[in-house]
Design a protein around this ligand. Structure first.
Ligand SMILES: *Cc1c(COP(=O)(O)O)cnc(C)c1O
Length: 360
């Protein structure tokens, strides 16, 4: 059996080294020393100015919308994980979907302006599969119409544009540290901003809005994360470089072995390197996708139609919109198994099966 993904686990001694410290201190959560250390170490690793370690990526999105006091309409992408949209609705705003670019699969800045109304307050875009959005053009539009920008960078750990971390773009960026992501703390999230006042506000929001023991200055939530999660984050951080290297080797092999497949892979941002957090292929037709998927299923190789269906067409709590490109792409995109423990032999095997389906 080959799963679509498998969590990375550090050697157990390295995790228990941190856990022993927790037992000694008996400080289990509420911004403990490991959580603070994790924040500092990730800041160094990513070379970013500020960040907060929070419960998960979804809460990070909620906190971002809250901290920017967004109301009305938020322009967003239909091609993402459900949390990108649900967080907007949960925060009493209306998601307005703008179609994606066929090559990058990210929101298409050329189509944003015509979706702006006098109620629009922000753009919430996803760096899909870690591939940077067209941040320059999004920023231009945001400046012109005085809109806030939030980036859902759940997939984008370690991604840079030139030398600058992807998380330094927009008013706020978030990342997910969920088990299924490239780098994880079991459950967890990160929230980034370059603005120190906004950072302060976010850190108050993270802790119920307490300004001191007996008073509140913000409408807050429990956005904290625990020492045990921080321990896993710290133990895993040491391995990020080798995780990135291994994924690159596997992804390169997929690309080589599948060169004759009637499919394409998303076009990566020209000034950025792929972190290979997923290996998506966009097949010629949905029919071919279904044939390949069922053949792989038969061989206990599990793939995922990520992201299918388009968020704009199916969520029961939104005004439905059919957008041509995301409708089409979401039917034809398939993510192949990609994780640290996957072997090159397994990649060869998967590719042989895929090509056999096509050539039959
Ligand atoms: C995983 C994911 C999230 C949510 O992150 P959690 O940490 O699981 O809450 C949000 N957006 C995207 C694009 C994701 O893939």
């Amino acid at each position: 059996m080959i799963p679509i993904t498998k969590p990375f686990l550090p050697p157990i001694e390295e995790y228990s080294h941190f856990v022993k410290g927790i037992y000694k201190r008996e400080w289990l959560t509420n911004m403990g020393p490991l959580a603070s250390q994790l924040e500092m170490d990730i800041k160094d690793y990513l070379n970013v100015k500020h960040l907060l370690f929070v419960t998960n990526g979804t809460i990070a999105l909620h906190m971002a919308i809250k901290a920017l006091s967004l109301t009305g309409e938020i322009i967003t992408t239909p091609f993402s994980f459900v949390a990108t949209t649900s967080s907007i609705v949960w925060e009493n705003c209306k998601p307005v979907f703008v179609d994606i670019d066929k090559k990058s699969l990210n929101i298409d800045p050329k189509k944003i302006e015509s979706a702006i109304t006098d109620k629009t307050t922000a753009i919430l875009a996803t760096h899909v599969y870690g591939n940077p959005c067209d941040v320059e053009n999004i920023e231009k539009i945001a400046d012109k119409y005085n809109l806030k920008v939030i980036y859902d960078g759940a997939h984008a750990f370690g991604v840079k544009i030139k030398e600058k971390s992807i998380f330094e773009y927009g008013d706020i960026s978030i990342c997910s540290l969920h088990t299924t992501k490239l780098y994880h703390s079991v459950e967890g999230g990160l929230i980034f901003t370059k603005d120190p006042d906004l950072l302060k506000k976010l850190s108050l929001i993270r802790n119920f809005g307490f300004s001191d023991f007996n008073s509140f200055s913000e409408l807050g939530i429990n956005g904290k994360n625990s020492e045990f999660h921080a321990a896993m984050g710290l133990a895993n951080l040491k391995y990020v470089t080798s995780i990135l290297e291994k994924r690159k080797i596997l992804a390169t092999q997929y690309t080589k072995s599948l060169s004759t497949l009637k499919a394409y892979i998303p076009e990566w941002h020209h000034d950025s390197e792929n972190n290979n957090t997923y290996y998506p292929i966009i097949l010629e037709s949905e029919e071919l996708l279904l044939k390949i998927k069922s053949e792989l299923d038969k061989n206990e190789i599990f793939t995922r139609r990520y992201f299918y269906p388009s968020l704009a067409e199916t969520l029961p709590y939104i005004e439905k919109q059919k957008l041509e490109i995301s409708h089409d792409i979401s039917r034809r995109v398939l993510c192949l198994p990609l994780f640290y423990d996957l072997t090159l032999e397994e990649v060869h095997f998967i590719c042989r099966l895929i090509l056999r389906v096509q050539n039959n």
